[in-house]
Design a protein around this ligand. Structure first.
Ligand code: AMP
Length: 237
């Protein structure tokens, strides 16, 4: 009995310690950030979200933040040169040695080329690219109802995960806010930008035989279960 428990634990620990280098692809609002958080804990690897890095820079009013803000507010992409530099810096950090999940990067073909170059230079194979698919209608519903706390960054949804304190943050009592890029016009722009600039990456990674598709419209736990299954069964060297 005890032996089987120990074997199960060793198998779990072995799996969780695998080095994984992953890219999570998909339109805004498909839930790739949520899944990246969970998978990063499971595999004990670093999650790099370019959206989070840029939002933090905007909050800190750094020169990067000032440059990025206007693009982000309108739902446009921040220039490739800026984002590529950010990711290169983070990939060189020792915390990425055990693997990483790139969430929201690459978003253009030049970004994907730059990533490929960095990984080849450092002899690091990309294990898998996961493409999360959700209908446009569902994406608009998810993004337009999203609210967050400007103070502690807790996130809510008017319909799917409302705050028990109405328009106030459950954790810290601050008034909740809508991200400027979650307003209707910006959502439309982000989806257009996705179709024009990011969707071509599906073909890009399909040709390199590292792509798996996942239905992102299911419940978070179901998507996560399918994600782990895809990662465990379809690894490339
Ligand atoms: P996200 O939270 O991933 O939806 O990103 C929010 C915003 O940050 C995007 O709408 C872009 O303005 C900017 N951004 C995030 N990642 C990238 C990227 N890889 N390339 C260019 N802009 C990005």
């Amino acid at each position: 009995m005890k032996g089987s428990w120990v074997r199960a634990w060793l198998r779990y620990a072995g799996e969780a310690a695998k080095i994984m280098r992953l890219v999570f692809l998909g339109a805004p609002g498909v839930g790739k950030g949520t899944q990246a958080d969970k998978a990063a804990v499971h595999y004990r690897i670093r999650k790099i979200s370019t959206g989070d890095v840029l939002r933090e820079a905007v909050r800190n009013q750094s020169s990067l933040g000032r440059e990025a803000k206007e693009h982000m507010d309108q739902g446009r992409l921040v220039p490739d040169s800026v984002v590529i530099g950010l990711v290169q810096e983070r990939l060189a950090d020792p915390s990425c040695e055990n693997g990483f999940i790139l969430d929201g990067f690459p978003r253009t073909v030049p970004q994907a080329d730059a990533l490929g170059k960095v990984l080849v230079e450092r002899s690091l194979p990309l294990d898998r690219v996961i493409n999360f698919r959700v209908s446009r209608e569902e994406i608009v519903k998810r993004l337009s109802g999203r609210r967050s706390c400007p103070k502690c960054q807790a996130t809510y949804h008017l319909e799917f995960a409302p705050s028990k304190r109405g328009n106030l943050c459950e954790r810290c009592g601050e008034a909740l806010a809508q991200r400027s890029d979650d307003q209707r016009e910006a959502i439309e722009m982000r989806l257009r930008v996705y179709e024009e600039q990011t969707a071509p990456l599906i073909d890009f990674y399909e040709k390199r035989q590292v792509l798996s598709h996942l239905n992102g419209a299911e419940a978070v736990d179901t998507v996560y279960h399918n994600l782990l299954k895809a990662l465990e069964t379809s690894q490339t060297a």
